[in-house]
Design a protein around this ligand. Structure first.
Ligand code: MEV
Length: 445
């Protein structure tokens, strides 16, 4: 089967059938998919190599977003997330975006910032001048600490010297810019900071303070755009035009109000983080960078905004810093993270960042469209009903039946689900008795 992310009815088939379909569209062996994911993809012995004092592992659902097309290429996108409706909503929004040509994304070079704090600096301007005069020397010292990365085409790309605080207690912070290629880069960047710090303090005539990366990696941003034709957005009750008006209102609300912007961005991060986690990347770093970037103007704002294009389509734009790796770290050891990269078939970390950001824009579109139309609870609760059914003890096919009953009864509670299970069990026992009686009565063929 050709590589496609359009798999209608995927949600209706069994887990095993989905694995087999995934194998068909990605070329990854179905047994590998099973072996990499069963038991959460990580046994306690391997987990013991990751962190300390391990007792076991903690699994989360691993799904795939469908319909995703980025820069003309189809991707099935692994998402690890516990919240019902996130995967379905992103897939649904990606389907709408697809009609408008899919997501168009671009990404900066993978440059991270290494921060070296210098304290007790008497004459900040003179210190700055001496550091910049030693530019080549500092670059060489930094590169020596990461020779493997330099051999792979990365390395130190620049220096920036910033003065913070007042003249009386000024401190200097040097940024060493490091191209990390396909690595997230935290360890590389921290090594550079530690390697150059003493020489920088000598040049500044000051003392070494902190030496660590900045998670506000604003040199490593990714941008995504999409256009959605109005008619695709229409609901049973609202025209596409009206839905666009509602989404523009939602965007404006987030642009004016940090309280709303935080929730708007949470919806974006539903999509981004799920991909970040599925690919073994550091979601805390991603979150820290995203929110710091959202506040860069001095007022916390939305990472994605929505406008009406001249042709009357809905136009979305998202920008955020994203430090993702496709080599090193957890990826080497977590089978499910390796599987995610295989399913995606990405060539480098930049491509992965563009996909994760596209899922962020898809998740935002799904949320603002739902909020501007039916409200979020209708779809959300219908999916939430399945976990409530499981919590009440439903298993197998019973889960869907119980979920349908509690949605219909508008009683999406564990108690409601228990009542539904009892009602179904009772109905079945009556049917069984009825069946036996009718067998007895039936004439022989
Ligand atoms: C819920 O996980 C995310 C939303 O609250 C996002 C939003 O309000 O835009 C629905």
């Amino acid at each position: 089967m050709a590589r496609t992310s359009r798999l209608p009815g995927f949600y209706k088939v069994t887990v095993d059938q989905r694995r087999s379909l995934m194998s068909d569209v990605t070329g990854v062996d179905a047994n590998t998919i099973g072996a990499s994911l069963d038991g959460g993809g990580l046994d306690a012995e391997t987990a013991d190599k990751f962190v300390e004092n391990v007792l076991g592992t903690y699994a989360l659902p691993y799904g795939v977003a469908l319909n995703v097309r980025v820069n003309g290429r189809d991707y099935v996108v692994p998402m690890v997330v516990e919240e019902p409706s996130v995967v379905a909503a992103a897939s649904n929004a990606a389907k709408m975006v697809r009609v408008g040509g899919g997501f168009k994304a671009d990404v900066d070079a993978p440059v991270m910032i290494s921060q070296i704090q210098l304290t007790s600096v008497k004459d900040a301007p003179a210190a700055r001048a001496r550091i910049m005069a030693a530019y080549e020397e500092i670059v060489a010292v930094g590169n020596r600490a990461i020779s493997g990365l330099v051999a792979r085409g990365g390395g130190v790309r620049g220096l920036e010297v910033r003065t913070l605080g007042s003249a009386a207690d000024a401190m200097i912070v040097v940024h060493v810019l490091v191209d990390c290629r396909d690595a997230m880069g935290a360890n590389l960047v921290n090594s550079v900071a530690e390697a150059v710090a003493d020489r920088l303090a000598e040049l500044a005539n000051g003392k070494v303070g902190l030496r660590i990366l900045s998670n506000l990696c604003d040199q490593r941003c990714v941008r995504v755009r999409c256009l959605v034709p109005a008619d695709v957005l229409a609901t049973d009750d609202m025209s596409g035009e009206e839905v666009i008006d509602g989404i523009l209102n939602a965007s404006r609300f987030a642009e004016l109000d940090p309280y709303r912007a935080a929730t708007h961005n949470k919806g974006i991060m539903n999509g981004v983080d799920a991909v970040v986690i599925a690919t073994g990347n550091d979601w805390r770093a991603t979150e820290a960078g995203a929110h710091a970037f959202a506040a860069r103007s001095g007022q916390y704002g939305p990472l994605a905004i929505w406008r009406r294009s001249e042709a009357g389509e809905l136009a979305g734009f998202l920008e955020l810093p994203l430090a993702l790796g496709t080599v090193g770290g957890t990826l080497r050891v977590h089978p499910a993270a390796r599987l995610s990269l295989e399913l995606l078939g990405v060539q480098d970390a930049g491509e992965l960042a563009m996909i994760a950001a596209s899922l962020g824009l898809a998740s935002n579109l799904a949320a603002v469209r739902a909020l501007a139309t039916d409200g979020i609870q209708r779809g959300h609760m219908a999916l939430h009903a399945r976990s409530v059914a499981v919590a009440a003890g439903a298993v197998g096919k019973l889960v869907e039946r119980v979920a349908a009953l509690i949605v219909e009864a508008r009683d999406i509670t564990v108690e409601g689900a228990r009542r539904a299970i009892d009602a179904l069990a009772h109905a079945e026992s009556v049917a069984d008795v009825g069946g036996q009686m009718s067998t007895k009565k039936a004439p022989s063929p």
